[in-house]
Design a protein around this ligand. Structure first.
Ligand SMILES: [Zn+2]
Length: 213
């Protein structure tokens, strides 16, 4: 999970919110489109929770960190909204992947999460391993469970992406880390934070090795 620095809500959405008696259900058309695009831009087009690639399409959901059912006053709060993948829900509904276990927005539903990608310390609460699994520390543990971050699909995707790195270790690790931490054409790499952890670990190991020689 990557820490998300949100910018400002788009003008179309701000104007919509000034209309009396509006709610999230009545959000549509240009204000909704502009909002979704802004959320995607702020996140570099990766899912707020799992980090898979998301686009401006029907597979991307507008996620409320604090659910609409219990926190209706926050249903139009830009700082309570993130862009999430659909957690495989659409594919499951259309029987493309019928046994797919849901994750992210689809798994969370109306549950509360103790921390979110808007908390600056979020990245230190989750540790990713070479076998593709993720382990949470403290509040991170609840995140892993509530968001289904260890479902087979995500474990397998992360394992593959780390394996590629293990097979082709970059020559300049510091440059690689800088590259992973930046957006390219407005996008982060898929699962960039997983790779960031891996490359940071490699850098540490190399330093320790050099110091021991
Ligand atoms: Zn996701």
């Amino acid at each position: 999970m990557r820490y998300i620095e949100k910018t400002e809500p788009p003008d179309e959405f701000v104007e919509f919110c000034k209309t009396p008696d509006v709610c999230f259900e009545s959000l549509s058309g240009e204000p909704k489109r502009a909002l979704k695009t802004r959320l995607l831009e702020d996140q570099g087009y990766i899912c707020c929770y799992c980090g898979c690639r998301i686009a401006d399409d029907e597979h991307t959901k507008i996620e409320h960190i604090k659910c609409q059912d219990r926190y209706s006053a926050l249903s139009l709060d830009f700082y309570n909204m993130l862009a999430s993948c659909d957690g495989g829900e659409l594919d499951r509904n259309f029987k493309v992947r019928p046994r797919h276990k849901c994750h992210c927005d689809a798994k969370k539903e109306n549950e509360d999460i103790p921390v979110s990608p808007l908390d600056s310390g979020i990245e230190g609460l989750l540790t990713y391993f070479d076998d593709g699994t993720v382990k949470g520390t403290g509040a991170g543990e609840k995140l892993v469970q509530t968001l289904g971050l260890n479902v087979d699909y995500l474990v397998s995707r992360r394992k593959n992406i780390i394996s590629e790195y293990i097979d082709n270790e970059p020559e300049d690790l510091e440059a690689e880390l800088r590259w992973l931490k930046s957006m390219h054409d407005g996008k982060f790499e898929e699962f960039c934070f997983v790779l960031e952890q891996y490359v940071s670990l490699l850098i540490e190991n190399h330093k320790e090795l050099a110091a021991a020689l």
